[in-house]
Design a protein around this ligand. Structure first.
Ligand SMILES: [Zn+2]
Length: 351
């Protein structure tokens, strides 16, 4: 046998032996491992432009692109569908710019509202009306929405108490009753007072601006126990996403749902408003122990100029100390995070 043939034969044998064994992954040099890139050169996974404002879809319909846009606003794009989670885009001049306005959001299929406070639904009616999206929320949320300029036919009211399933092309949504955050008042008051004393005061115009925005959300006390909905989104190939837009304690409804489904691939969860990282980390662990995600992406950690961002690093450290395999991700506004959804917990279980 010639040396050439020996080489070919050994190469074939290596290929045969190698089947089923994944090739060693290259380390992720941050200069080259573009933010969540699935396929090199896929603008849908590289551009910091929302698809709902005219950005491109990922090249593969199997790719899920997630973009965070402040507080617990997220855009999910999958299989030609655009899912918006919460809608508080025009936050006013006290906030850092998101790089787009509510008026720029021109296409969306579904808008899921976690709860009805102003910082979660203030642009729901205008975005819903412009995009014709189906808008979903708890009774206290949709009661408020129905007083605003949107066609009631687009509105879906859910309680999250079981037995509800919303089906859309390529994905389904199960609403689950959660609970709003109830951070200890002595802690939040101490921080609020310190900020009032130390930070520049908002101008009268900024106060007026914020009050106008406030009118488009509700302060109904029902928000806490009956108005905060977690949404379990399941894609047609089994990939699962949990969205929870307030850092409250886990409910029996959530525990029951997770006992049934097991785990999720991605959890998008609000950081508790308790400021002290001993408390925010404790709550994050409670959420993570319930949803058991592969990837944890926090939300609601940004703040107005005179406020305090809630630190994500202490959470990430606590989460990794608890489970070194969990992947934690936090990005700037609009930066895409892409997933190859064919690789998910359900398909791995089947194989
Ligand atoms: Zn709230």
């Amino acid at each position: 046998m010639t040396t050439g043939w020996k080489f070919v034969l050994s190469s074939v044998m290596l290929m045969v032996i190698g089947c089923g064994v994944s090739a060693p992954r290259r380390f992720a040099d941050p200069r080259f491992a573009q933010q969540g890139r699935v396929v090199a050169g896929d603008p849908g996974c590289e551009q910091a432009k929302l698809v709902s404002t005219g950005g491109g879809f990922p090249e593969s319909p199997r790719t899920l692109a997630i973009r965070w846009t402040g507080y617990t606003n997220f855009e999910l794009v999958y299989n030609g569908q655009i899912i918006l989670l919460d809608a508080h885009f025009d936050r006013g001049s006290m906030f850092p710019s998101l790089g787009f306005t509510a008026a720029d959001v021109k296409r969306a299929n579904v808008l899921l509202l976690g709860h009805g406070h102003l910082d979660h639904m203030s642009d729901a009616a205008s975005v819903g009306a412009r995009t014709d999206a189906i808008v979903v929320g708890a009774p206290v949320t949709t009661d408020k929405l129905k007083t605003q300029a949107i066609d009631p036919k687009q509105i879906r009211t859910v309680t999250g108490r079981g037995g509800e399933l919303l089906e859309f092309p390529g994905f389904k949504v199960e609403p689950i009753l959660g609970r709003h955050g109830e951070p200890p008042k002595d802690v939040t008051a101490a921080f609020d007072n310190a900020l009032k004393a130390a930070a520049p005061k908002p101008t009268a115009q900024q106060v007026a601006e914020r009050n106008e925005i406030r009118q488009r959300g509700t302060n109904d006390p029902r928000v806490v126990a009956e108005g905060t909905i977690a949404y379990l989104i399941t894609l047609d190939n089994g990939f699962r996403i949990m969205f929870r837009d307030s850092g409250g304690t886990v409910t029996d409804y959530e525990k029951a749902a997770m006992t049934r489904v097991g785990r999720v691939d991605v959890a998008l969860v609000a950081v508790s408003a308790a400021f002290l990282h001993t408390l925010t980390a404790q709550r994050a662990l409670e959420h993570i122990h319930t949803y058991r995600p592969d990837v944890y992406i926090p939300g609601h950690h940004d703040a107005p100029f005179n406020g305090l961002w809630r630190a994500t690093e202490p959470l990430f450290q606590a989460v990794k100390d608890d489970n070194p395999n969990i992947i934690t991700v936090s990005r700037a506004y609009r930066e895409p995070i892409c997933f190859d959804t064919e690789n998910n917990i359900q398909t791995r279980r089947r194989n």
